[in-house]
Design a protein around this ligand. Structure first.
Ligand code: HEC
Length: 174
């Protein structure tokens, strides 16, 4: 009888321990998910505050009024132009490139033809903020499923006169 009670006791405490660790695990993964969401929304908020005066997030109707390439075009070019042996290395190199470019843009470094060189944003954004923005951009642009070099029929003139970053990269002369 006594041994039975002990066995039940052991079984019960085992159950309690596994239940606790199970709940903790879900708590931890919830916590990680929440933190990731905060990082994404911080990047998005900063990007909207600091960059969307010039860079749009969608393809605008009237390409002739563009002052800077839309962000999906920028990121397509960055991801195509920046190399790395592994995906992690490529991601790091792309983020380093953006962090440097936003502070010190130049025609030599630029991968986007036709537009005037971007004015340095050094005075408007801190390095830490650019890093957050760059991480957000790398993970969210171009949107999944968007292809490089595809061009809608009839869009040739307006799209391609506006230059790269407008979804008609196939026609860019570089
Ligand atoms: C005053 C307008 C303006 C603002 C604000 C601006 N950009 Fe730009 N950006 C441009 C223009 C114009 C280009 C295209 C010419 C070039 O590449 O320099 C460009 C190009 C880029 C490129 C492509 C670099 C390449 O390969 O040529 C990146 C990356 C970029 N911008 C990131 C940002 C980020 C991040 C911000 C916000 C912190 C930002 N820009 C804010 C005007 C702007």
């Amino acid at each position: 009888m006594k041994t039975k009670m002990i066995t039940i006791g052991i079984l019960l405490s085992g159950l309690a321990i596994s239940l606790t660790s199970y709940t903790n695990r879900t708590k931890t993964s919830n916590y990680i998910e929440e933190t990731e969401k905060i990082i994404v929304s911080e990047g998005e908020t900063l990007f909207k505050a600091k960059c969307t005066a010039c860079h749009t997030t969608t393809k605008p109707e009237d390409m002739s009024k563009l002052i800077a390439p839309p962000m999906m075009g920028v990121m397509m070019h960055v991801k195509k132009g920046v190399k790395g042996k592994t995906e992690t290395e490529k991601r790091e190199n792309a983020i380093d490139f953006i962090v440097d470019y936003v502070q010190n843009p130049s025609a030599e470094k630029s991968m986007m033809g036709k537009f005037k060189v971007m004015p340095s944003q050094k005075a408007n954004v801190t390095v830490a903020e650019i890093e957050t923005i760059a991480n957000y951009l790398y993970d969210n642009f171009p949107a999944k499923g968007m292809k490089h070099g595809k061009m809608k029929k009839g869009n040739k003139k307006s799209g391609c006169e506006a230059g790269c970053g407008t979804g008609c990269e196939g026609n860019c002369k570089h």
